[in-house]
Design a protein around this ligand. Sequence first.
Ligand code: FMN
Length: 204
Amino acid sequence: MLDKLKKRRTQYALGKTLPLPEAQVDALIREAIRHSPSSFNSQSSRAVILFGEESDRFWNIAREALRAIVPAADFAATSKKIDGFASGAGTVLFYEDQGPVKALQDNFPLYAHNFPIWSEHSTGMAQLAVWSTLADAGIGASLQHYHPLVDAETAKTWNIPASWKLTAQMPFGSNEAGFPEKSFIDDDVRFRTVGTRSLESRAA
Ligand SMILES: Cc1cc2nc3c(=O)[nH]c(=O)nc-3n(C[C@H](O)[C@H](O)[C@H](O)COP(=O)(O)O)c2cc1C
C-alpha cells in the first residue's frame, strides 16, 4: 500500500496513450471510489469519468469560463495550461451528493454541522484512492479545482443532478515526463510519537 502511495505524484505532462484499455481504467476508478470510506458509510462520493473528446469538452468549458475572467494579456498562458490538461486521455470529475449529507444532518442533528465537513474529507479520500490507483497502473494525473466557475455548464452538458457538488477535477493520461525530486519537511516538525517503548529504547 505504501509503495502505491509513494508512486502517486502530480503529473502535468500528460499524453493520450493509456497502458490499459479505457474500460479497465474506468473500472479501476470506480473500484477505488467504491472502496473509499465515508462518514457513517454514507457513500456520498460521485464521479463522472470522461474519456477522449468528452474530456476535451470539459477543458473547453473551463477555458471559456476562464476567458471571461482572466485579463486578456494573461489568457494565452492560462489557455496553454488548459491545453496541458486536455492533452491527457481523460478526466475524472469528483462530486459529493448533498442528498445523503442532508439526510445525515436530518437524522443526526447533534452532528449536523459536521456532515458537510466529513463529506469534504470523504471526497479527499476518494481522490487520493483514485490518484494512487491510477499511479499504480502507470497512469499520470493531477488534481485541479476549476469549480465553481465550470459548474453550470458542466451540469448542463452531462445532465448532472442538482444535488451533486463538484469538488475536484483530475485529468489523467500517459506519463510524458519524469517527476521532480520531492523534498519533505523534518519529522520533528510534523510528528510526535508517544508511548511506544521500541522507539524510546531506540532513542536511548
Ligand atoms: C487538497 C489539494 C488541493 C490541490 N490543488 C491543486 C490544484 O488546484 N492544482 C494543482 O495543479 N495541484 C493541486 N494539488 C496538488 C499539489 O500541488 C501536489 O500534490 C503537491 O505539490 C505535492 O506534489 P506531488 O503531488 O507530486 O506529490 C492539490 C493537492 C491537494 C492535496
